[in-house]
Design a protein around this ligand. Structure first.
Ligand SMILES: [Fe+2]
Length: 204
């Protein structure tokens, strides 16, 4: 629904969780297919750095900031990466471990790590490498706010070379503008990852 100057000023500005849950993207990023990085991503506002061009933002009215949500199984979350802009996270359920450092080649060479509880918040500056995971025993949700950025204007997220190679071994890569190149069996991959996120075969 497009925002119309003569129509409903609230058009495209309400996101219901029940609708959002039906609009998840199981493979939004090239690392989404790697063990330890399974998660269901949701675009509430904007592209939320999606490499998959087929994300569905819940709010279609234009904003400058971007909001995403995601659900991950225990021990899973985004792999070692960074961005050219700020991204902030708020655990909505469960507890989450956030790790950060300066060395793209070693995700265990950390400047620090912190475990955050529900409704805590953490904001990463541009170019700091980070990874995080659901540190609780059940699937958990978190919320992300991203600074304004252009979509498919270059690689985003920035992944270390070793992560790019690992994803390629699983059939996924992105082009020089950061757009995912989907293999012929992408729908099958999405079903497999969805099953891993929920711990049971996906409903088809
Ligand atoms: Fe990120």
């Amino acid at each position: 629904m497009a925002e119309s100057p003569n129509g409903d000023p609230m058009a495209g500005r309400i996101s219901r969780f029940a609708d959002l849950k039906r609009n998840g993207t199981p493979v939004m990023f090239i690392d989404s297919v790697l063990p330890g990085h399974y998660r269901m991503n949701y675009a509430v506002i904007g592209d939320t750095a999606s490499e998959n061009p087929d994300f569905k933002p819940m709010m279609t009215a234009p904003h400058k900031f971007q909001v995403g949500m995601f659900e991950a199984p225990p021990g899973n979350g985004p792999g070692w990466h960074t961005h050219d802009y700020v991204e902030m996270f708020v655990p909505l359920t469960g507890t989450w471990r956030f790790c950060y450092g300066l060395n793209p080649d070693d995700p265990d060479d950390l400047l620090g790590e912190v475990v955050l509880e529900q409704w805590d918040a953490i904001s990463f500056p541009p170019h700091l490498w980070r990874r995080f995971e659901n540190a609780s025993t059940e699937n958990a949700w978190a919320f992300a706010v991203l600074d304004p950025h252009d979509h498919f204007d270059g690689p985003d997220p920035h992944w270390p070379d070793w992560m790019v190679r690992l994803a390629e071994e699983h059939g996924l890569r992105a082009d020089e503008r950061g757009r995912m190149i989907k293999p012929a069996n992408f729908a099958e991959i999405e079903r497999e990852i969805t099953a891993k996120i929920y711990g049971h075969p996906a409903e088809l």
